[in-house]
Design a protein. Structure first.
Length: 141
């Protein structure tokens, strides 16, 4: 069975565990020379805010009541890749990052509040769909 020619990931959930997993999937696919697009929308956009916004996200199903920072420390303490390491891998592998215009407005965030080290494009659902491949796979996280 042939593998998809591209991976397009909608990162919607605003908890650390799911955003972390999206980064893991994206970096793994990109390491296999698959083009990847991450479309950050709604609460997930907070993971891209300056000064480690991901640290303040709820940890998610893995550790209810903890923060993303707590969960990241637990992950790296077990020798697993943390948020920053996975994001750096995505940047190095040239993963395309789209940030949803509607999501920014819904959260009341300005582009200037996003990290400076991530090259992102601002777009919407139409931009994401136009970027996806007919022979690719789309994930909703």
């Amino acid at each position: 069975m042939p593998t998809p020619d591209k991976l397009s990931i909608i990162v919607y959930a605003g908890d650390y565990g799911r955003v972390h997993y999206a980064l893991a999937m994206a970096s793994a696919a990109a390491a296999m020379n698959k083009p990847v697009t991450l479309f950050f929308t709604m609460a997930a956009i907070r993971a891209l805010t300056k000064h480690g916004g991901w640290r303040e996200l709820p940890a998610g199903d893995l550790s209810p009541g903890e923060t993303g920072g707590d969960q990241d420390s637990a992950m790296t303490g077990k020798g697993l890749a943390g948020f920053e390491e996975l994001l750096e891998a995505c940047i190095a592998f040239k993963v395309k990052v789209l940030v949803c215009e509607m999501g920014l407005r819904a959260l009341g965030l300005a582009k200037s509040e996003l990290r400076d080290d991530v090259a992102y494009e601002e777009g919407g659902i139409v931009s994401f769909l136009a970027d996806a491949s007919a022979g690719g796979a789309t994930l909703f996280i």
